[in-house]
Design a protein around this ligand. Structure first.
Ligand code: IDP
Ligand code: MG
Length: 155
């Protein structure tokens, strides 16, 4: 196991629905560290770069319209196995199928408007973090709580 970083977005539906705080709280409650954070407007160009794997799919046009429809909050989140931990915390892509207790399962009922993005693997995480953040915007401080959150062999 090792510390990982993942790119998280509170999508435009989450921002418009005033759910930023509740989503951020879930990440912090889990013990993960937010080491980069900003609000921005996704442009069509940025959407195509972020969702490169989906650009040729039938739903891409609607996805681009949605992700560019208003501001998002972008975060770099760090912790042991943070990529998988965040995917589990988020729930399934279709919020109607997401388990209760997950962010998508508790807060929404849409496949498209599913509140949150999280990288789906180490390569995607590295690429997406570099797409949204300059190195100077990531501020990793020593985690003073680490001794109480997980064992040293879990870092
Ligand atoms: P993920 O966000 O759970 O990783 P992906 O399959 O990577 O899901 O899809 C990216 C985003 O595109 C989803 O979060 C959702 O907003 C949207 N999306 C996925 N599948 C569909 C679909 O079939 N129709 C419309 N939108 C979709
Ligand atoms: Mg995905």
């Amino acid at each position: 196991m090792s510390l990982e970083r993942t790119l998280i977005l509170v999508k435009p539906d989450g921002v418009q629905r005033r759910l930023i705080g509740r989503i951020v709280s879930r990440i912090e409650d889990k013990g993960l560290s937010i080491i980069g954070m900003k609000m921005l407007q996704v442009t069509p160009e940025l959407s195509k770069k972020h969702y490169a794997e989906h650009v040729t799919k039938g739903f891409y046009k609607d996805l681009e319209a949605f992700i560019t429809s208003g501001p998002v909050v972008a975060m770099v989140v760090e912790g042991p196995e943070a990529i998988t931990v965040m995917r589990t915390l988020m729930g399934k892509t279709n919020s109607r199928e997401s388990a209760p207790g997950t962010i998508r399962g508790d807060l929404g009922a849409s496949r498209q408007m599913n509140l949150i993005h999280g990288s789906d693997g180490p390569e995607a995480a590295a690429r997406e973090i570099a797409t949204y953040f300059a190195a100077s915007e990531i501020v990793a401080a020593p985690n003073a709580l680490a001794a109480h959150l997980w064992a040293t062999d879990e870092e």
